[in-house]
Design a protein around this ligand. Sequence first.
Ligand code: FDA
Length: 514
Amino acid sequence: WVTSAHTHESFLQCLDSQNSHSISKLIYTPINSSYSSILQFSIQNLRFNTSSTPKPLVIVTPTNISHIQAAIICSQKHGMQIRIRSGGHDYEGLSYVSTFSFVVIDLINLRTINVNAENKTAWVQSGVTIGEVYYRIAEKSRTLAFPASVCPTVGVGGHFSGGGYGMLMRKYGLAADHIIDAQLVDVKGRILDRESMGEDLFWAIRGGGGNTFGVVIAWKISLVSAPPTVTVFNVQRTLEQNASKLVHRWQFVADKLHEDLFIRIILNRVNSTEEGKSNTTIQASFNSLFLGGIDRLLPLIQDSFPELGLVKEDCIEMSWIQSVLYFDGFPSNSSLDVLLDRTPSTRRNFKAKSDYVKEPIPELGLEGIWERFFDKDINTPILIFSPYGGKMSEISESSIPFPHRAGNIYKIQHLIYWDEEGIVATKRHISWIRRLYSYLAPYVSKTPRAAYVNYRDLDIGINNHAGNTSYRQASIWGLKYFKNNFDRLVRVKTAVDPANFFRNEQSIPPLSSW
Ligand code: FDA
């Protein structure tokens, strides 16, 4: 895999010779003045935007499928690895970092969306963001929606490849549950759709993780209904305002609430001032979307979660598309055009992990989390608890590769952000989140300790850097992400990419390397 400058030159010549549509203007190498800005444009995690981060030898930004076919064929011919990038939100930077000589195929120019409001379907190319999808749906209809990411800058390509969830998850399931066709370029450079790729491969690309089975160019999705009025609220309680008891209680109701109601909890550390005294505390934000009006919501909450003390004044009615802006933190009078902005509002260093909870964590267990949040040596700790139940419990574990369905009360996302540069700060923060993860072990899912592939976490196991990876080795991380679906993913990979061309630290290995 180690490639000389000569091979990289041959790769570029190969691209040129393969291609009828001129590709030269779409290629960036480190000698181009815009190479760095193209590379950095969609990098979300600043941890992978340092001078020592390995950089691609070539970035290709295709405008045409033939460019992708050429990049795949020439990379194989000249021993280059490829990384596919859509929105660049990968938590571990896998779409633009590799320790090998590599090419990034960046799908930034593949940005077409065709919404058919009558049939309630849309074709979306992988290079668009979820925000653009929401925007184009709203342009056609205010009562159609799509159940995907809370964050609009997330790219469709990676998001759909790993499942994709948001505030509509309890009502409709995941983004990948609503994919009904796709267009993919495989390792041989063939363009395949659902019919020609077959049901096994079509199953695998809907949640089996990106950069494994081919380059997905476009997805056909089925849209869902949204009522003309939804209600949002964000009720905040500190430890002094009984947050521990409320979070504890929430665990008994969160997955059993009416499926029109999604209440997640965001936990963070804040400074509060009470009676003139400033105090560091933990704040729990009960952040919620209800698919209906306030009048229907209040009695529902009164019945199922009265402890929250929700009052009419906490609630705001709006359209579903406005709620997308609300949950991303935009003021209520913002123009929908902000959804077309691909630049994330903040970029910081971060590390994240995920867990699934099947039994409520006792209050004492929650208090151990708060203790860790008070650690003064770390910058911004956050935990997000996202409720399951509803539609998520009705879909079978093997329907798509994403297996986390009935039996889960909620998913935890652990996050730590920091701004300080350098290896010392990085180590300190990563060590903190690993300790929190160890602490939570008795309270979360076991054998396997489950994880969400879109919250990519290389701590849970990686493939060998060079050569083959055994089934046993890959199953350490594979069973956590995919449970029993891992075996089927390995079988599909073996059939479609036996030489393991599409690979990264956590791509599914083919059978030849068992
Ligand atoms: P990126 O381009 O980095 O790709 C991610 C992976 O998919 C890489 O391995 C890449 O090679 C591969 N890939 C990309 N395009 C491909 C294609 N066309 N064909 C084949 N492989 C491809 N998740 C969630 O479910 N709900 C949420 O609300 C959020 N919110 C959120 C906020 C923020 C700020 C971040 C950084 C992330 C999230 N996520 C999330 C996680 C997100 O779903 C996950 O990181 C996605 O994989 C990102 O997809 P991108 O295309 O942006 O990433």
